[in-house]
Write a protein that binds this ligand. Structure first.
Ligand SMILES: NC(=O)c1ccc[n+]([C@@H]2O[C@H](COP(=O)([O-])OP(=O)(O)OC[C@H]3O[C@@H](n4cnc5c(N)ncnc54)[C@H](OP(=O)(O)O)[C@@H]3O)[C@@H](O)[C@H]2O)c1
Length: 275
């Protein structure tokens, strides 16, 4: 990572999984940090580690970013002048189940956290980055942004929002040194799949080789932000190949059509989604 980009990093979702891993990597690269999540004890533990191991300055910010007040409180800190040089929006959660069965408060929490959270944090971090002509933004999206099916429509839609935002911003920021990346991993071994809103996931339906470690995702994401930069990154070669085939003329349409029809047949037969 270039030393020209070090400074202060704001990482959401830092109490666990991918966000915690970004926090560790950015501290190792020399950033000071503001780390946020709802579980303050986890944040304090991580802050202690980062201070001890890397000598970073770390501020913890215990907040529920799916609430309007919570998000406002972080935005206020940015407006008050914390100079965010690196923003990682990793806070997120999954849902499984038909959209019509998902509690309305879970629907609004997800849209608030994934979409409004990203839009507000980016909107407020960008002016300082543009003024200083340096800055990095990572929005943790998902492979699900490209591939949706029954039981994942809400989650996929919120992640597609992040990809579109990153793509448009790349063009808007072309005259600056600020970069935005939406990173789109497949399945990652974190606490994500254990959350109560991700109920009924069939682990045994997914072979071990398809699971990624959070460290793998973060390493590739940070590397590709500086080298062969693209605003939307699928961090594994296998998944990139698969998406390439799905986007190929004729063959891609055929495979997409077959996958969609197979999914609809399962639903008509009263069976759950594939995974
Ligand atoms: N794991 C996967 O298979 C996978 C695949 C593709 C993309 N992703 C994406 O990766 C991101 C990180 O997930 P993960 O896999 O690292 O899962 P994780 O281990 O469960 O971490 C999720 C993080 O988000 C925070 N969070 C959740 N709800 C929040 C809220 N309302 N307010 C503030 N913070 C909140 C959690 O902290 P608290 O609970 O302490 O608030 C935690 O730090 C998510 O955006 C997810 O959609 C995950």
């Amino acid at each position: 990572m270039s030393s020209a980009t070090t400074g202060l990093a704001l990482v959401t979702g830092a109490s666990s999984g991918i966000g915690r891993c970004y926090a560790r990597s950015l501290a190792a690269a020399g950033y000071n940090l503001v780390i946020t999540a709802r579980r303050g004890d986890r944040l304090k533990e991580l802050a202690g580690e980062l201070v001890r191991v890397h000598g970073s300055s770390v501020e913890t910010f215990q907040v529920d970013l799916s609430s309007v007040d919570g998000l406002e409180s972080v935005v206020k800190r940015i407006k008050e002048g914390i100079p965010v040089d690196f923003l990682v929006h990793a806070a997120g959660f999954g849902t499984r189940g038909h959209f019509v069965d998902i509690d309305e408060d879970v629907v609004s929490s997800m849209v608030n956290l994934h979409c409004l959270g990203a839009a507000s944090l980016v909107r407020n971090a960008l002016p300082g980055m543009i003024e200083r002509n340096r800055g990095r933004i990572i929005l943790v999206s998902s492979l699900a942004a490209f591939l949706t099916t029954a039981e994942y429509s809400l989650y996929s839609a919120t992640k597609a929002f992040l990809n579109t935002l990153a793509q448009g911003l790349r063009d808007e920021l072309a005259a600056t040194e600020v970069r935005v990346q939406a990173v789109c991993p497949g399945l990652v071994k974190t606490e994500f799949v254990d959350s109560p809103t991700f109920k009924g996931f069939r682990y045994e339906g997914v072979p071990e080789k398809y699971w990624l470690a959070p460290e793998t995702v973060v390493k590739e994401s940070l590397y590709r932000l500086e080298h062969r930069y693209r605003p939307v990154l699928v961090p594994t070669f296998g998944a990139r190949m698969f998406l390439g085939i799905l986007n190929a003329p004729l063959v891609g349409a055929l495979i997409r059509g077959m996958m969609g029809a197979a999914g609809r047949r399962r639903i008509k037969a009263g069976k759950p989604a594939m995974f």
